[in-house]
Design a protein around this ligand. Structure first.
Ligand SMILES: [Zn+2]
Length: 257
């Protein structure tokens, strides 16, 4: 008697459908997002242990931190939010409740870029649902307005994370940190470079400060970046270099990038 119903091959074919693959992709993406957040939240930004570290290493003098007693390498800063010195301190991020420094800066960049990608993806999904809803038979339902609110609300969120990814991508490529751009001539090791720099003494990470930075970059008057080794080498160090790295100043006074 002949078998009635789908063959095993057909069963396998119907098991993997586009819809199921899409759901699996969304689930995997959200899982990766949660994993990145947890990893970042628990990450070591490059803590310099109190009382640890030699006073002099590789001929570079180190100064004792008056707040925690550590001997941090150059480009470090004592972070008052966490009470410890951080190697190549960038900033304290309230979103992940930890400092961003030499060891987790590349992970922070990847998190921002992935977050921007997920938001852009969610925006296209929301827009796909908004248009038929608004132009359908019942456009004034609460669900429709919720979708409109989601589509509108995702735009500033995308701008925020995409802006962070762009800014930190620029910092990585140019061998700078947020702290160095923000404080400029107030940073002790940058002061000699800013003395001969014909531009603002500091920029700040506000809209006004970033606008000012963009204007200077357009004029070819980039702020000092004494640790820059060129964009390719800076990016190589940022993503693949062994950390914490002992950064050394180059002889150039003006930025290389
Ligand atoms: Zn300290």
């Amino acid at each position: 008697m002949a078998q009635i119903g789908p063959s095993p091959l057909t069963d396998a074919g119907t098991l993997i459908t586009w819809d199921r693959a899409y759901v699996a992709l969304v689930t995997a993406s959200l899982g990766l997002h949660a994993f990145l957040f947890r990893r970042l939240y628990r990450s070591d930004p490059g803590w310099v242990k109190p009382g640890g570290g030699p006073g002099v290493e590789e001929g570079m003098p180190r100064h004792k931190c008056p707040h925690c007693g550590a001997y941090p390498p150059e480009r470090s800063r004592h972070d008052f939010n966490t009470g410890q010195c951080v190697a190549k301190f960038d900033h304290f991020c309230p979103l992940i409740a930890t400092s961003v420094g030499d060891l987790n800066h590349s992970l922070f960049w990847f998190y921002c870029a992935f977050q921007a990608f997920l938001i852009a993806w969610a925006w296209t999904v929301a827009l796909d649902a908004v248009i038929p809803c608004l132009y359908g038979s019942r456009p004034e339902t609460a669900a429709c307005w919720l979708l409109v609110a989601a589509a509108l609300g995702l735009v500033p969120l995308f701008n925020f994370f995409a802006g962070l990814a762009l800014l930190h991508g620029y910092l990585a490529a140019s061998g700078r940190t947020s702290f160095e751009i923000c404080k400029g001539a107030k940073v002790e090791y940058l002061k000699p470079y800013y003395d001969s720099y014909k531009g603002p003494a500091q920029f700040g990470l506000t809209a006004k400060g970033l606008g000012s930075l963009l204007r200077e970059l357009r004029k070819g008057n980039a702020p000092p970046a004494p640790y820059s080794l060129g964009a390719a080498e800076n990016l190589n160090m940022f993503f693949f270099g062994k950390k914490p790295h002992l950064y050394k100043r180059t002889h150039c006074v003006q930025a290389a990038v």
